[in-house]
Design a protein around this ligand. Structure first.
Ligand SMILES: Nc1ncnc2c1ncn2[C@@H]1O[C@H](COP(=O)(O)OP(=O)(O)O)[C@@H](O)[C@H]1O
Ligand SMILES: [Mg+2]
Length: 367
């Protein structure tokens, strides 16, 4: 058997999700051994948020953050190893997604920081990172990368399944249950705009359980204005990032709407995520099974509203498939590291638009 560590910090920047995962030889089914969530120091998050928007002196600021993010990743790895009582020498590799600070597939690049060399130096473990680069080099979007993993762990014969990961951005994987191609794409905003609006009006980080949104009502002209964003009408392959659905974009739309209550705006943002993701899904199948993962799976109002747009579907969290929704993405990067080590391709050209399947990632040896 082989042990891998998955490290994931998504666009929400709510924390580093670390998982310890075991694989049996010649088997791609992960067994989850231990988990750890490491919070970001507030001061680093502030600088990470700032660097997501073009500004002054970006290279120096990024170079410093690149090291600091790697140091936080190493802290998460040490905490995970301590919790599980496993030595670093027992780990085959870390699969580190990195922190995305810019995603511009249309310009031929995507940028995840969290210096792999530094992480390898701090942990003495092989680090596989920069998973998105090779797909982009082959003309792909470099995203989403999780559909191949979703198929490996959640796909079954004769039963189509849809997996909706609701992080900062939401992405869907379509597992056909037959010989048709697995595919998927980013549907648009997940929690990112709801989080931004919530933080403007409250002291916490997010609207727990969607309670604040539930106190408001949907404003349909505002919802229509949100849904007129060009991204929703784009054909797939497509992927997006928080630099597309920014607070500035939100405020530019809100400028045309006066006297709305802040709670009504939150409720309308929740409906934007619900309707945009559900409509993208409904275009693909009349009826199927939908499974939620990512932080949005903890928002009952959001899940209820998505399913309200999909009346004949069944819906549940990935817990129902044996994987807790908080750890799916992190386990996916342990799985991708395992694919790299076993020289298996990790991308799906039907998803990303790349010219061909390829091995994803770059290795920094730990020794
Ligand atoms: N209990 C909850 N109620 C509502 N929303 C939640 C809850 N827990 C997490 N979230 C949302 O999920 C987000 C984090 O989701 P996550 O899957 O980690 O996203 P990312 O991959 O972008 O980091 C939080 O910022 C928050 O918006
Ligand atoms: Mg997260």
């Amino acid at each position: 058997m082989a042990l891998y560590i998955g490290l994931m910090s998504g666009t929400s920047m709510d924390g580093i999700d670390a998982t310890l995962v075991e694989f049996q030889p010649h088997d791609d089914q992960p067994t989850l051994i231990a988990t750890h969530a490491e919070s970001w120091p507030t001061e680093i998050v502030t600088r990470l948020h700032a660097i997501c928007t073009p500004g002054e002196n970006e290279i120096d600021r990024m170079g410093k953050l690149d090291q600091e993010v790697a140091e936080q990743f190493a802290i998460a790895v040490q905490a995970l190893l301590k919790k599980s009582g496993v030595k670093s020498s027992a780990i085959t590799a870390i699969g580190s997604h990195g922190q995305t600070i810019r995603h511009r597939p249309e310009l031929g690049f995507t940028l995840q920081i969290g210096n792999g060399a530094r992480l390898a130096a701090l942990t003495d473990i092989d680090v596989i990172c920069d998973f998105r680069m090779k797909d982009i080099a082959l003309g792909g979007q470099g995203a989403p990368l999780v559909p191949a993993f979703h198929q490996a762990v959640f796909g079954i014969a004769n039963q189509p399944r849809f997996i909706l990961n609701i992080g900062g951005i939401a992405n869907v994987s379509v597992l056909p249950g037959n010989s048709e191609q697995v595919f998927g794409f980013d549907t648009g905003p997940g929690n990112t705009l709801m989080d931004a609006w919530y933080r403007l009006h409250h002291t916490g980080q997010y609207d727990a359980g969607g309670k604040w949104a539930a106190s408001g009502t949907v404003h349909h002209p505002l919802l229509d204005a949100f849904l007129s964003h060009a991204y929703f009408a784009l054909p797939y392959p497509k992927s997006t990032g928080r630099e597309t659905f920014t607070p500035n974009w939100l405020h530019s739309i809100l400028a045309d709407f006066n006297n709305l209550s802040t709670a009504d705006i939150q409720r309308t943002l929740l409906e934007l995520t619900a309707q945009s993701s559900a409509e993208a899904i409904r275009d693909l199948a009349i009826q199927s099974e939908l499974y939620f993962c990512g932080g949005g799976a903890h928002n009952p109002l959001l899940c209820e509203r998505i399913l309200a747009h999909l009346p004949d579907w069944t819906g549940a969290s990935t817990d129902a498939l044996g994987m807790h929704p908080d750890w799916v993405e992190s386990i996916a990067f342990a799985w991708l590291a395992h694919c790299f080590v076993e020289k298996r391709s990790g991308n799906l050209p039907a998803v990303t638009g790349a010219r061909k399947p390829t091995i994803l990632g770059a290795l920094y040896p730990g020794k």
